[in-house]
Design a protein around this ligand. Structure first.
Ligand code: GRG
Length: 298
């Protein structure tokens, strides 16, 4: 098995994380036409020890709808690939210009900018290949491709990132900040849960409960991310803290203060947990993940 993820999430989902690690490893044993350096850059970033929050959400959403984890595993890997691509590109000098990610030098520091751009491109496209090839029936695969394309596209991840890069001038209120985070961070969290539910053929009632859960968890995750940038431990984070303030970015603690931001994250997690009530014990994994989002230190 390959290098796996880090502590706070692993105690609650060790077996799911092991499944994810093995599947990510096997999906990135690429054919000989993929140049070895490119394959190395792809695997370097994708298999680095991340929390695997998004793939865990896919698997646990499937479980919450009464489905099985194995069937949702390709979609879990696809969302992690899109996430890894976004991190590689976000770290580039033309974007956030970061040297460290997941406790190691960023992809462009290790392999150069051109290969890092291409590794990101490859991960983004590989994600859709895996969905189209591995999810069954084909109609569900097509629906998964559509949902993931929307979440990663210009009105979600890419658009949120564009506004965020411009954020030092534009953001002046909580509504605008929430709109950026809903697209940049929330959309990928939301689609993770949606894919799990789609693959498990969740009922309308189950899906509607999960939509409420995912909206609340997505925003809470970002608020906690902002709080960690203010007061987090760099060693645990595996990257530099304090960058938001340095770059003049508006954040939740910057707008609301640390205590109110923390209170807001706690309130959102309570709402997420309340949304799960109707799903019964099958949703225990999602419940534990929501709590872990609040308690995380990286
Ligand atoms: C380049 C299109 C494009 C998008 C970049 C991912 C992203 C958008 C920016 C990263 C900067 C950032 C701090 C985003 C907010 C929250 C976030 C996505 C954090 C990283 O996700 P984690 O904490 O990372 O789940 P791991 O490494 O654990 O997977």
């Amino acid at each position: 098995m390959t290098e796996t993820s880090t502590a706070p999430f692993s105690h609650l989902a060790a077996s799911a994380q092991a499944l994810i690690a093995d599947a990510l490893d096997s999906y990135t044993r690429l054919p000989p036409d993929c140049p070895p350096q490119l394959a190395e850059a792809i695997r370097y970033s994708l298999l680095a020890p991340g929390k695997r929050l998004r793939p865990l959400l896919v698997l646990m959403a499937a479980e919450a709808c009464g489905g099985n984890c194995e069937a949702a595993l390709p979609a879990a890997c696809a969302v992690e690939m899109v996430h890894a691509y976004s991190l590689i590109h976000d770290d580039l000098p033309c974007m956030d210009d970061d040297d460290m990610r997941r406790g190691r030098p960023t992809c462009h520091k290790a392999f150069g900018e051109a290969l890092a751009v291409l590794a990101g491109d490859a991960l983004l496209t590989l994600a859709f290949e895996i969905l189209a090839r591995e999810v069954r029936p084909a109609r569900v695969a097509a629906d998964c491709c559509l949902e993931l394309a929307r979440a990663a596209g210009p009105a979600a991840l890419v658009g949120g990132q564009a506004d965020d890069l411009d954020g030092t001038s534009g953001v002046t209120d909580v509504a605008r900040l929430e709109s950026i985070h809903r697209r940049k961070t929330g959309a990928m969290i939301q689609v993770s849960i949606r894919l799990g539910a789609m693959i498990a053929r969740g009922s309308r009632r189950q899906r509607s409960a999960l939509e409420k859960y995912s909206q609340a968890v997505g925003l809470a995750f970002q608020i906690v991310d902002d709080l960690l940038d203010v007061g987090g431990d760099e060693k645990a984070l595996g990257k530099r803290a304090g960058k938001d303030a340095e770059r003049g970015k508006l954040t939740f603690p910057g707008l609301l203060g640390v205590d109110e931001s923390r209170g807001r994250a706690e309130q959102l997690i309570s709402e997420a947990l309340a949304a799960l009530k109707s799903l019964g014990p099958q949703a225990e994994g999602l419940e534990a993940l929501a709590r872990a989002v609040l308690e995380r230190n990286h």
